[in-house]
Design a protein around this ligand. Structure first.
Ligand code: URA
Length: 238
């Protein structure tokens, strides 16, 4: 920018910028660079259709991470941002993953008290009985398969009420309102079933874009960002 300003190719509110030290209001001032309007984005938001075999981390010594997939599609101007996945999907889980550098929003969406809906397309080993569906929907004790960190609190034994929509004998849509460790797999295990394949298709107000091929990502639309922001604001009120 300094070089462009020196060459008098930058205007601020119609006046040629004469110094790079000028204070600007990034939301109000109109900055043109070689006649092209610059916009300031405090945060970026990407939707990824996560493939299996990739870990939900920013770096990993051995495994390919979702950030390794995102980096090549980030414009040069966004490469320095500290972008992270909003929560975790297991290495073998596919589907909707939000990646952003808006830590506050992620914190609001993921807080265990906030209960953001997550919908999974779940391939299961065998048909669920009406009794299994009732247990999954009413709340089920998944403490038998709890990792050490989740062992203690009694109140954590039951999952919150969930919704099951049966697609066919071995495919269901499961909507949960928490994000506990391996939650879907443990819920199915608790009714003596098994998850064969797992894909997240919705996260709060976001729906997985059907045009995103596995491993692809795209920026969220303005409308999607607004919906997420509204969802996190609603959550704050809860
Ligand atoms: N539940 C699981 O068991 N795994 C995931 O990746 C997400 C939810």
């Amino acid at each position: 920018m300094k070089e462009l300003i020196r060459r008098k190719q930058v205007t601020i509110n119609g006046k040629t910028a004469l110094s790079a030290d000028l204070k600007i209001n990034e939301f109000q001032d109109e900055i043109l660079c070689q006649g092209v309007r610059l916009t300031y984005r405090p945060y970026v938001y990407y939707m990824m259709n996560k493939p299996g075999g990739v870990v939900c981390a920013t770096t990993d010594a051995r495994e390919q991470t979702v950030l390794d997939l995102l980096k090549p599609v980030l414009p040069l101007s966004e490469q320095k941002r500290t972008i992270s996945p909003a929560g975790r999907l297991d290495k073998d889980t596919e589907g909707l993953l939000l990646l952003t550098d808006n830590g506050e929003l992620v914190h609001a969406l993921l807080s265990p008290k906030k209960h953001v809906d997550k919908t999974y397309l779940v391939k299961i080993a065998h048909r669920l009985s009406p009794g299994d569906i009732e247990k999954l929907e009413q709340g089920i004790d998944i403490s038998a398969s709890a990792p050490v960190s989740e062992k203690e609190p009694q109140r954590n034994r039951l999952t919150l009420p969930a919704t099951v929509a049966v697609r066919d004998d071995t495919t269901i849509l499961l909507t949960i309102h928490e994000g506990r460790f391996h939650q879907v797999k443990r819920m199915l295990q608790a009714v003596d079933n098994e998850v064969v394949a797992l894909k997240r298709i919705a996260f709060g107000p976001l729906k997985l874009d059907p045009s995103l091929s596995t491993g692809a990502c795209r920026e969220l639309t303005r409308e999607e960002i607004q919906q997420l922001t509204c969802a996190s604001a609603d959550i704050h009120k809860m």
